[in-house]
Design a binder for this molecule. Sequence first.
Ligand code: ADP
Ligand code: MG
Length: 249
Amino acid sequence: MSPATETDGLLRASGIRKSFGDREVLAGVDLSLAAHEVVALIGASGSGKSTLLRCLGLLEPIDDGQIFLGDEDISDPRVDGNRVRARLGAVFQSFNLFPHLSVLDNVTLASRVVHRMPRSQAEARAVELLARVGLADKAKEHPDRLSGGQQQRVAIARAIATDPEVLLLDEITSALDPELVGEVLELVRDLAAEGATILMATHEMAFARDVADRVVFLDAGTIVEQGPPSAVLRHPREERTRAFLARFT
Ligand code: ADP
Ligand code: MG
């Protein structure tokens, strides 16, 4: 799939700026995702990946720029952030499951509360989703009884329970023991194959190479280089990209 342009994306961000105090973390980022596109966001720790994902997900206010989801300007200060966030699915490095709720209740909460889905319907859907992430037998458990990989699969089931238009995944395997990374990446690979639109910050270069349609390299809050994985990861044009990738070989 060719990179999205400014006008044809499902999610389109332009000129995104964000500072914390006098530190500029995003220095004018333009990034679009086409429907069904899988984009891997790579870059050193501190380059602004999480901040960008948080800004796109309306979890952090931007200082300047515009974000469109479909034909709605979601960066308009007048938009109802909760309504927009309900159209997106976000998963983070730390699983952020509600510890006092069962796995089933974690997965149904947004459907019931935000989308006002009847409990029976939300639970039927959650049971299906848990089966699909391989955790049908864990519905009644509390998160602390699960491995990190299982918890992250629950977090993904929770994120997709409301049929989000875009999935924002922030280093979702970084906190996992190495032997648990594969099961979570496998699930992301399935979602991608089924046509999900995904923006994922990741340090899993092999996964980015195999699954992403496009790789975007962020450095110091600026997109330095982007393109198909085969180009960016194997034949980077920019010195900064080469220096970053050299750490993974
Ligand atoms: P990455 O995800 O690529 O590691 P981040 O977006 O987390 O990068 O961070 C980019 C920079 O922004 C870092 O210097 C970080 O310390 C800073 N930063 C991120 N969030 C905050 C915050 N809430 N307050 C102050 N500084 C922040
Ligand atoms: Mg981060």
